[in-house]
Design a protein around this ligand. Structure first.
Ligand SMILES: Cc1cc2nc3c(=O)[nH]c(=O)nc-3n(C[C@H](O)[C@H](O)[C@H](O)COP(=O)(O)OP(=O)(O)OC[C@H]3O[C@@H](n4cnc5c(N)ncnc54)[C@H](O)[C@@H]3O)c2cc1C
Length: 391
């Protein structure tokens, strides 16, 4: 009888593993606890599905920080160009958006997922929805010759990835690094006045700094604090700083395209009768940035141009917490990479492979999350095929 494969989790990692296995002729059953597969993929696509990135591969791999050495081979074998070709094969030829980010033709995930599910159906993949994997006692995984686990992290649990698998695997003696928020917003103690006036307003083209690290882009003021690309880019270090010290101070450059002297020069051009608000407006600061200056200084803005320019270029904001994992874009932590071999097979469970966000790696937004998700899925499924004696 032909060997059977079970894939647990119908997210991008699970579906990609299923595609690789089924393409090689292995009958595959995917177990998914939600009513339909790919719910987080659809959620990710709402603001544009950033599949991968076009930056040079060395810089690309650096985005995975300490996990780089363990992911490099998988991303080398199925990299950004392969992912673009794959998406094109589903009728979604990707385009390169701002700053090298890659999106499917339809921008969102809907068309891509629909075409993908059709392809999987054509390959004979059975997707069993509303099926919660309880652990190793599950009849489908027990009967399978190979298993690929792809249960995701724990962000946006309403999309299905609730992280409850951590208990099952920990009980089995598998080291799991606790799941924690990654690419999450941060919390600042806004006054009610500032929150009510500016929640939802972006600070365009600013630089966010924490110690020696910095990131540029649009930071959005939220009801609770700050969100946006630059915050996500620094999220891992901010999370660790807050966990260690209780708070973290970041510095915002509110006029990133001007030197301090230029900012001071513009402030100096104000008329002596100008109010502080007019002075800030004339210097080119939008109301949200002016509001933040007042908020961060307790409404005690320096009258001296140079001192004010220095604040505009490096406004300290104290962060008191991170947003919870339920509201984060992704999770850090997961199965310790020392628990798997180079094919992502669990040492303690020969024949069981792991893929996607449930492994312990993290990366910023920009397409790096889905790329590693797909690459580890291809690597795990390829390992599973080799385990079955197929190449
Ligand atoms: C708002 C948002 C925007 C994002 N945007 C992007 C982006 O633009 N680009 C990018 O690269 N990444 C983005 N991501 C991250 C990306 O979506 C994830 O990294 C990716 O979905 C991880 O894939 P996965 O298959 O490992 O896990 P998931 O997609 O989480 O899939 C895991 C699946 O396993 C199922 N499951 C869990 N437990 C069980 C169980 N016990 N039994 C059966 N099934 C189970 C879940 O229901 C789920 O369907 C975004 C995420 C969010 C939340």
């Amino acid at each position: 009888m032909s060997p059977r494969a079970a894939v647990v989790g119908g997210g991008p990692a699970g579906l990609m593993a299923a595609e690789v296995l089924a393409t090689a002729g292995v009958p595959v059953t995917v177990l998914e606890q939600m009513r339909s597969p790919g719910r987080k993929l659809l959620l990710a696509g709402r603001g544009g599905l950033n599949l991968t990135h076009t930056e040079p591969i060395d810089a690309f791999l650096d985005r995975y920080g300490p996990a780089r050495p363990r992911l490099a081979a998988a991303i080398g074998a199925f990299g950004p160009d392969d992912l673009r070709t794959w998406a094109a094969g589903l009728g979604e030829p990707p385009f390169v958006g701002s700053s090298g980010r890659v999106f499917p033709a339809g921008f969102r995930a809907t068309g891509l997922l629909r075409a993908w599910l059709r392809r999987l159906d054509g390959l004979g993949v059975e997707i069993r929805t509303n099926h919660r994997w309880p652990g190793w006692a599950d009849a489908t995984t027990s009967a399978a010759d190979v298993v690929v686990l792809a249960l995701g992290g724990a962000s946006w649990p309403r999309s299905g990835s609730d992280g409850t698998w951590t208990t099952v695997l920990s009980l089995d003696g598998i080291a799991v690094v606790p799941l924690r928020p990654s690419n999450m917003g941060v919390v600042a103690d806004w006054t009610a006045t500032f929150r009510e006036r500016f929640a939802g307003v972006p600070l365009k083209n600013v630089v966010l700094r924490h110690e020696e690290a910095s990131a540029r882009g649009d930071v959005v003021v939220t009801e609770h604090g700050l969100e946006g690309g630059p915050v996500y880019a620094l999220s891992a270090r901010l999370r660790e700083a807050i966990a260690g010290d209780g708070t973290a101070t970041v510095f915002l450059d509110l006029q990133a395209d001007r030197h301090e002297e230029q900012v001071a020069g513009r402030l100096a051009r104000a008329r002596p009768t100008d109010s502080a608000a007019t002075r800030l407006r004339r210097s080119g600061l939008p109301p949200v940035a002016a509001g933040l200056l007042r908020e961060a200084t307790g409404n005690r803005l320096p009258t001296d141009h140079l001192a004010l320019a220095q604040l505009i270029k490096a406004l300290p904001i104290e962060l008191v917490a991170t947003m919870p994992i339920e509201r984060a874009i992704s999770s850090g932590g997961g199965i310790d990479l020392d628990e798997v071999d180079d094919t992502f097979m669990l040492h303690r469970r020969p024949g069981t492979f792991v893929a996607g966000e449930m492994l312990d790696w993290e990366a910023p937004t920009g397409g790096y999350l889905l790329q590693a998700t797909f690459s580890t899925a291809v690597a795990a499924a390829t390992g599973a095929l080799r385990w079955l004696g197929r190449s």
